[in-house]
Design a protein around this ligand. Structure first.
Ligand code: HEM
Length: 228
């Protein structure tokens, strides 16, 4: 997809190189993304182990039940920090635009891999944006309900309905993020070629940017010759 060259760590996203390469993700964005992925996976494995006896075997691969129960909330906090950092880095690029609404109306072409029929979009497509906001609101709910479950004995018995509410919200928010996560991993690894390399190496080719994120391509290169 791209030349074998590692982009400079300090380079901002959207830097265009004469060799036909554009920086899609900075080093900080990539490190934070993979930190989020690892901490989320840990919470996922341990959380599923606590949720159902059929999945308790998962605890064995991360050191057993008590170890998983000890670390799960700490990894949850680490994941929260990473999602908040992600918010700080990306929220400006994640606002829904008119172009996104049009893109969503034509989403069937995206599903059928007929990208040429889609309207041009910015740095992220509407699906990526929805996933971002799902994870952000999901982690806020998981954090609040998770703190309730972590210190459950501090909730007085007269307010025991709060305990049930915390469990319900924690599970519902976790399941919603799992749904989004499965789609995200599938799209990022199997559906959109070049996406996975970009979150590892940080770079995409100008051709990739033009095909998948034309408004972003035009914005960073100044090349509007492809405009319809
Ligand atoms: C093993 C797990 C993961 C894989 C394989 C993965 C893969 C990817 C890939 C390939 C991209 C670049 C997509 C592109 O620019 O076209 C990306 C971006 C992104 N990732 Fe992940 N990711 C994982 C986990 C996570 C987790 C846990 C989060 C939670 C917040 C997350 C949030 C994001 C966001 C917000 C973006 C930017 C927009 C988007 O592409 O959705 N990722 N990821």
């Amino acid at each position: 997809m791209t030349a074998s060259r590692v982009i400079s760590p300090r380079e901002p996203a959207g830097t265009v190189h004469p060799e036909g390469i554009i920086t899609r993700y900075t080093l900080n964005e990539r490190l934070n993304h993979w930190f989020a992925a690892l901490t989320y996976l840990y919470c996922l494995i341990t959380g599923l182990a606590f949720w159902s006896p059929y999945m308790y075997w998962l605890a064995a691969i991360v050191g057993g039940g008590p170890t998983a129960r000890f670390w799960h909330p700490w990894f949850g906090l680490a994941f929260t920090v990473s999602v908040f950092l992600m918010y700080d880095m990306w929220h400006r690029d994640m606002r829904t635009t008119e172009a996104d609404k049009q893109w969503s109306k034509d989403v069937e072409y995206y599903i059928k891999n007929e990208d040429e029929k889609l309207p041009p979009i910015g740095r992220f497509n509407h699906g990526q944006k929805i996933f971002f906001w799902l994870m952000l609101y999901g982690i806020i709910l998981l954090l609040i309900s998770g703190i309730g479950l972590w210190f459950v004995e501090s909730i007085p018995w007269s307010l025991h309905w709060l305990r049930y509410l915390a469990v319900t919200i924690h599970v519902a928010a976790a399941l919603a993020t799992i749904g989004g996560f499965i789609i995200h991993v599938y799209m990022g690894t199997a559906m959109v070629r070049g996406g996975f390399t970009s979150i590892i190496r940080g770079e995409v080719s100008t051709a990739w940017a033009k095909t998948h994120h034309r408004l972003w391509y035009e914005q960073v290169t100044g090349d509007t010759s492809t405009k319809k």
